[in-house]
Each structure stands twice: as C-alpha cells, then as structure tokens.
Design a binder for this molecule. Structure first.
Ligand SMILES: [Zn+2]
Length: 128
C-alpha cells in the first residue's frame, strides 16, 4: 500500500479543494497498483495566467481555480505516477484506469484529461 508524501497531503488538505475529490484521492492511494504524487489542486488566477502564457494550459477557465466553479472550490487535480516519467504515457493511462474505477465505486463523476480529443492532459482530472 502506498502513502502520500507530506507535500501531496498538503495539496489534498487545501481548504479550497473539493471534498469529493479529496475523498477520491485518499481512497485511490490505498488500493493503487502504482505509486503516484499530487502535482496540483487549487490554483490562483495569477498562476493560471502564467500557465496560459507558457502554453501548459489553454484556458483561463481552468477548473483548478476556485472562483471559476459554482461551488467556489477547486474542482480539479493533477497527479502523476511516481517516480515521474513524463514520456511514459502508458503509466499515466494505467493510473487513470485505477482512478476512474475508484471514482465509480465512490459514485463520484469525473472526467479524465487524457480522454479529451483536442488537448490531451494526462495528469488532469476534474469533476463532471
Ligand atoms: Zn489540471
């Protein structure tokens, strides 16, 4: 069984992070076949501006930004298999299968960025 690092946990415990997604991550790590790390949960508008300029994000309406969502909470997270190997897409997909399965068991509706047709965002998940 894998355990989150202090760094990952501090992102999960962010007050603006949606409780359903928090529940999902805490459950998923327990049964995950691969270790993974939390890259990002809540994002500020300022950070998003930088991301759009860098091209790592395409929209200012990112679900990571609490004020974009009706709930006023961050409704997205980015995770990566650990240790991180950005070129190993297969591992990201493998992890996504576990996350989707866990979400289904918990009755949490999510969308996976790796399933998007135009811009594949392999570390990204958000509430539907
Ligand atoms: Zn994301």
């Amino acid at each position: 069984m894998f355990k989150f690092s202090v760094k990952s946990l501090s992102k999960i415990n962010d007050k603006k992070f949606h409780p359903s997604l928090k529940k999902l991550l805490l459950e998923a790590i327990k049964t995950s076949p691969i270790d993974f790390t939390v890259l990002e949960t809540t994002r500020t508008l300022e950070q998003q501006k930088v991301n759009v300029l860098k091209g790592t994000s395409k929209t200012m309406k990112s679900r990571h930004i609490p004020s974009v969502n009706k709930s006023g909470l961050c409704e997205a997270f980015d995770i990566a298999p650990y240790p991180i190997d950005w070129k190993n897409i297969k591992r990201f997909i493998q992890l996504s299968e576990h996350i989707k399965k866990t979400a289904k068991e918990l009755n949490i509706n999510i969308q996976y960025g790796g399933d998007w047709k135009t811009f594949k965002d392999y570390p990204h998940y958000e509430l539907k």
